[in-house]
Design a protein. Structure first.
Ligand code: SF4
Length: 154
């Protein structure tokens, strides 16, 4: 756990795009101490790594220890779930950042992404989502659908 936190702090310092944001950090889970956010409307839950309050809304930033040349679909969905959570708990979310080890990506918040996240949440709740293909409690702990998932390991 300590190694993971140190790695995240190192990543936070070395990564760029979200580093140019001007605003106030209002939620910082790099220490692992923040409470999870909950959407009562969609029964989605999650802990973004960081939320910044900027002039036109709130920006989630998710740090990943892996390298990718394009944003991973699952990571976009995770960020999309954070958009919903933050809108319900704080206010408008124009976009968010996925910060990989080698690159960072700005992901727009739009209706398509929201619809996809809500559809996934419904699939998991109705148990029509593909069965769990891993044994990683850590994955489930970070999964926004765990509140409605019968196969969650946590
Ligand atoms: S809670 Fe775990 S098993 Fe359920 S959808 Fe999420 S990652 Fe898969």
């Amino acid at each position: 756990m300590l190694l993971f936190i140190l790695l995240k702090i190192k990543l936070r310092k070395s990564l760029k795009k979200s580093g140019s944001l001007k605003g106030e950090i209002i939620y910082d889970d790099l220490s692992g101490r923040e409470k999870p956010l909950l959407s009562r409307e969609f029964m989605i839950t999650g802990k973004p790594d960081r939320i910044m309050k900027v002039k036109n809304g709130f920006i989630p930033i998710e740090y990943k220890s892996s390298s990718h040349d394009r944003p991973e679909k699952g990571h976009i969905l995770q960020l999309g779930a954070y958009f919903i959570l933050i809108e319900e708990n704080y206010g408008d979310v124009p976009f968010g950042y996925l910060e990989y080890r080698n690159k960072s990506f700005r992901i727009k918040n739009d209706d398509n992404l929201k619809r996809t996240v809500i559809e996934k949440a419904m699939e998991v709740r109705d148990n029509s989502y593909p069965h769990r293909n891993h044994n990683s409690p850590g994955k489930c702990a970070k999964c926004p659908f765990r509140e409605v998932c019968e196969m969650s390991l946590v």
